[in-house]
Design a protein around this ligand. Structure first.
Ligand code: F0G
Length: 407
């Protein structure tokens, strides 16, 4: 599809592919798609293709013939009856993004972002990351044959994510700062053309990520849910979901847009603070802290877009404690067999909280997006169980451990 890259704030058209913000006012960039080109397309035309990011190629800003794909998207939308009865709602679905090739939703954005990198002739790609972006970019760069550098906050990236970035051959650079510091530095490297930046401030990333909204609606046979709940870190994904839904609404494929709920950890909640104060911009938090390291971000680069997504859909933002996040992670795992990392469990924790406060009504149809796989952060799971002590390797000892009350 044809499109314009425009400043989201002042509307200026931007043509330099290395810019990540408006050269005039410094605003965020966005892709304005020429949706009238899709006038003759129907949802049923798309269904001739397997579900996944590239089913929605007519909505994407890159040429599918160039696609660097590892078969991303097409993730399950689980109808979670047990979770619903635990939480006290009639209908809950979990969109399980942990089933993507590298185990997180980032693959949707990277298949488009790395394809774009090749189209503009970039040789080196890079990002700052709390872990998943680096794991995903490393894999797609490997597939594309591009050099890749990832800058990470030392000591605050979960083991699974770090292992992936190393494994796929990225140059892994740990800094003694947090994610916000890392992003500031890679943006400067990109501005000086040392790398092509693939954080979600790159407006091509949300174009891939918006397909999660397409899939949710597609999997529900175009009966849109009342709410979509998701975690917010750097705030690219909540914008992507909103953009996808708004596009479907504009071309008349859906009649309403669900309320969008952004969930943050209480030690890292600039968007929730802004929402509670009724503001359209946020104040960064200096030292964000949370067990959900993926969303340990104090200065979300797309924070203003997140607030627009929330206000435009009459949604809300809510904070949850680390304890609530870990409880929700366990509830989801134990009731549905779905394993998610802490940041992803934040969406479930946020939904539980809003049911308790009465904000979400019993009859609402709610979709929680669970962004990453439990295997990303095995340490956090093992920590809550303590040490597993070995016992004697004989039948009686093991039997006693398995069925302690049977003789
Ligand atoms: N969930 C997970 C598992 C994440 O890894 C992230 C972000 C988010 C939610 C929040 O998404 O930033 O679009 O609001 N992870 C980034 C990273 C920051 O570097 O991997 P967001």
């Amino acid at each position: 599809m044809t499109y314009d890259v425009k400043c989201w704030e002042c509307g200026r058209v931007v043509s330099d592919p290395y810019l990540d913000s408006c050269p005039g006012c410094g605003g965020l960039l966005d892709l304005e798609m020429n949706l009238t080109e899709l006038n003759d397309l129907t949802p049923y035309d798309l269904r001739k293709r397997p579900i996944g990011v590239w089913r929605y190629a007519p909505f994407l800003p890159v040429d599918e013939k160039n696609a660097i794909s590892i078969k991303e998207g097409g993730t399950p939308l689980y109808n979670c009856r047990s979770l619903a009865s635990v939480v006290g709602l009639n209908r809950i679905w979990v969109k399980y993004e942990g089933a993507n090739p590298t185990g997180s939703f980032k693959d949707r954005g990277m298949t488009v972002g790395v394809t774009r990198a090749l189209e503009i002739g970039a040789k080196v790609v890079g990002c700052a990351s709390t872990g998943n972006t680096s794991a995903s970019l490393a894999a797609y760069a490997a597939k594309a044959g591009l050099d890749c550098a990832v800058v990470l906050p030392a000591g605050n990236v979960a083991a699974g994510k770090l292992a992936q970035a190393v494994f796929f051959g990225a140059k892994v650079i740990a800094i003694d700062g947090n994610f916000d510091d890392a992003l500031r530095i890679v943006r400067e490297l990109a501005a000086k053309r040392h790398l092509y930046l693939l954080n979600s401030i790159n407006p091509y990333r949300p174009e891939g990520q918006k397909t999660v909204a397409f899939e949710i609606v597609d999997q529900l046979d175009f009966r849109v849910p009342d709410r979509i709940v998701l975690p917010v870190g750097n705030a690219g994904n909540i914008w992507s979901v909103y953009k996808g839904l708004a596009e479907l609404n504009r071309i008349g494929w859906i009649a309403k847009i669900p309320k969008i709920v952004g969930v943050q950890a209480s030690g890292s909640m600039p968007i929730v603070d802004a929402f509670n104060a009724g503001k359209s911009d946020f104040t960064p938090i200096e030292k964000p802290e949370t067990v959900a390291t993926a969303i340990r971000i104090g200065n979300p680069v797309s924070g203003k877009k997140a607030l627009k997504a929330i206000y435009d859909t009459k949604g809300c933002a809510v904070a949850v404690s680390d304890g609530e996040i870990l409880d929700a992670q366990k509830i989801l795992g134990r009731s549905e067999g779905i394993g998610v990392e802490p940041a992803s469990a934040a969406s479930v924790a946020g939904m539980i909280k809003l049911v308790q406060t009465g904000e979400i009504g019993k009859d609402e149809r709610v979709v929680c997006i669970c962004t990453g796989n439990v295997l990303k952060d095995p340490d956090i799971v093992l920590k809550s169980f303590g040490r597993i002590k070995p016992i004697h390797a004989d039948f009686e000892s093991v039997k006693k451990a398995v069925v302690p009350h049977e003789r």
